[in-house]
Design a protein around this ligand. Sequence first.
Ligand SMILES: C[S@@+](CC[C@H](N)C(=O)[O-])C[C@H]1O[C@@H](n2cnc3c(N)ncnc32)[C@H](O)[C@@H]1O
Length: 286
Amino acid sequence: MVNVDRDVFNLDIPDMTIEQFKKYAKFIHDLTGIYLKDHKITLLSNRIRKRLRELKIYDYDEYFNYLTNSDKSDTEIIHFLEVITTNESYFWRTPQNFEAYKKIVLPDILKHNHNKKIRIWSAGCSTGEEPYNIVIESIEAMKELGFYLFEVIATDISRRVIEIAKQGCYSGRKIEKIPEQILKRYFRQNPHDPEIYCIREDLKSKVIFKIENLFEPTVENVHVIFCRNVMIYFQKKEQQELAMQFYNRLLPDGYLFLGHAESLQMLETPFKIIHTPYGTIYKKEI
Ligand SMILES: C[S@@+](CC[C@H](N)C(=O)[O-])C[C@H]1O[C@@H](n2cnc3c(N)ncnc32)[C@H](O)[C@@H]1O
């Protein structure tokens, strides 16, 4: 496996061939549902190249065999998922969603669920910004709506992002949109590095994190699902499957939020499409 000569000369690894790309793209699709168009060949090569260097493997075919056939494949899949998933996320992303959540969705749900714990699923939660944002907005909503119980279940296929999410510490672009008073109220500045803000410990306990493939979910009986900026990576067939999965896992009168570039309009689902001043939301109306 270790090629000493090539390691010494540190030869550059070229982009993969189109045949290699197609082999990887099919594997990724079967594993995650993510669809890669042919023009992503350079992007995928760049991402895998980093992992090849770490392993001192200098050939995409050799790595593919390592990934799919070796006794290391189980653990290697975890690394592979880290390099192929796009995990971009930040607090206060599409804040209109949270306005709709506080002003329309929660009041409706609480009307039907007096004294029950409200369950919210952040599906494809990445490094935790979305589920913690839901916790903060749920607490903020109580000022208007009165006290209620809630929990957030947050899932992602990548182990790395779930580990970062559990730590709950952020800096830079990830927190720059958070209003000042919210940052002060819900976060604690790291005493060793004032650039880093960590979500308060008591708020962390509101979120249950799980490593889970969206196409093999265990989460069910939820009142609200946030699945934002995830469907965009799937083709229509997988989007359809996922939308129905969400429908079945929502409780009656539950709601679904998608990302701003995503929609159910082109799919066939029983969801009721609701246009609100804060954008489109989807309801399981029975
Ligand atoms: C761009 S991030 C979106 C994060 C967050 N929802 C937001 O809007 O800021 C997409 C996330 O979906 C996850 N993902 C992609 N395919 C998945 C699958 N099949 N099952 C679970 N998570 C998946 C990725 O690992 C990534 O963390």
